[in-house]
Design a binder for this molecule. Structure first.
Ligand code: ADP
Length: 364
């Protein structure tokens, strides 16, 4: 079975071609200003004559979409109605689907939602403690994101450890430009750090993660900032960037090594937040078998992994310095031999997971 995967982001288009679950072609188009044009370019320059289906990453599936879904007009309407919840992402995802439908008529188009994996989160984790009627009327809930990555990484972790996912509790840490933590109980998402939007939770490249909501009121009332300006501040000019001026962890690490205090503090704020979520999810899960790092920072930044899990020996959590710093790539264990909690690094592959979920839907 041949599957084309399209992952249209706000500034890039990632794509991959898979034959029976194996990658045969793929690429990344960056600094994209016209997603439709970028998708046309992919479809014109790639041999897509015999693809059986196209799998599309769709960021927001609301509470409705819990599994990969065959796209029809009604599904597109539903995804369009979710645009207010994901104003930067769903519109470009929809553009990609529209072009693929137009250029590959008759080929099944499948939407794979970032939020779907989190639909097993119990109400006690999914609800914000606000007036339930206001919440319900306005769709205020913790949807969670990066679900495709957390699903892939937690299942690969079980594979790496030779364990059945159904019996394994994993804390998955996706640390990329965006970052989120996920408590995975027996293969299912149980809690996650992103909420209504990808702004909640961990410190990210340019997003603040958790702040007191009163900061927003204060900036509006006292500093006179508009809501648009505050939105821009918290999404584009906060996180590592806000703390030290650089959003790329490589640069933060380089400056920290050179004795730069702002970079060192940004690093500490980032890692402390990760550690706080590890502690919280340990408590929620009751028993943790594995902690897995993934995405650009999680896969590559050994100092972040070490600092985020430092001092947790009493919880059975430790990172072996030699294993952590080996520079090895690929799926690997970085905890000491015989540690109670396995600490792993698993490179994420959202496109492969989308291809697999698409193929699975078609053969069901
Ligand atoms: P996205 O979330 O957009 O998919 P990635 O998962 O590729 O992004 O993560 C990108 C981030 O990973 C970069 O901004 C950078 O901070 C970080 N990163 C990439 N390589 C390294 C590295 N070798 N060391 C530290 N951080 C890295």
């Amino acid at each position: 079975m041949k599957i084309l995967v399209l992952n249209c982001g706000s500034a890039s288009v990632k794509w991959g071609l898979y034959a029976d679950g194996k990658p045969i072609d793929g690429g990344l188009i960056e600094r994209v200003t016209d997603c439709a044009q970028a998708v046309r370019e992919v479809l014109f320059t790639t041999d897509v004559s015999d693809v059986d289906a196209v799998g599309h990453r769709v960021v927001h599936g609301g509470l409705r979409f819990t599994t990969p879904t065959l796209v029809d007009d009604e599904v597109l309407d539903a995804v369009t109605r979710l645009v207010p919840l994901a104003p930067l992402h769903n519109p470009v995802n929809l553009e990609g689907i529209a072009i693929a439908r137009e250029m590959l008529p008759g080929v099944p188009q499948v939407a794979v939602f970032d939020t779907a994996f989190h639909r097993t989160i119990p109400p006690a984790q999914a609800m914000y403690a606000i007036d339930v009627e206001v919440a319900q009327e306005n769709g205020i809930a913790r949807y969670g994101f990066h679900g495709t990555s957390h699903a892939y990484v937690s299942h690969r972790t079980a594979e790496l450890l030779g364990r059945d996912p159904a019996g394994l509790n994993v804390i998955s840490l996706h640390l990329g430009n965006g970052a989120s933590a996920c408590a995975v109980r027996g293969g299912l998402s149980f809690a996650t750090s992103m909420g209504l939007s990808p702004l909640e939770g961990l410190v990210m490249g340019t997003r603040s993660g958790n702040i007191d909501p009163a900061v927003v009121f204060h900036l509006h009332r006292v500093a006179g900032m508009s809501f648009e300006a505050i939105d821009d501040l918290l999404n584009q000019r906060s996180g590592l960037k806000g703390l030290c001026g650089d959003n790329d962890m490589r640069e933060v690490l380089r400056r920290r090594d050179a004795g730069d205090e702002a970079a060192a503090l940004a690093f500490d704020v980032y890692c402390d937040r990760v550690k706080a979520y590890v502690g919280a999810y340990y408590a929620l899960l009751g028993r943790v078998d594995a902690i897995t790092f993934t995405a650009g920072v999680g896969e590559n930044a050994a100092p972040v992994r070490a600092a985020s899990l430092s001092g947790l020996e009493a919880m059975g959590i430790a990172v072996d310095p030699a294993r952590n710093g080996s520079g090895e790539r690929g799926e690997r264990l970085i905890s000491p031999e015989g540690a109670a909690v396995a600490v792993c690094v698993v490179p994420t592959d959202e496109e492969l997971e989308i291809a697999n979920q698409t193929a699975e839907l078609l053969t069901r």
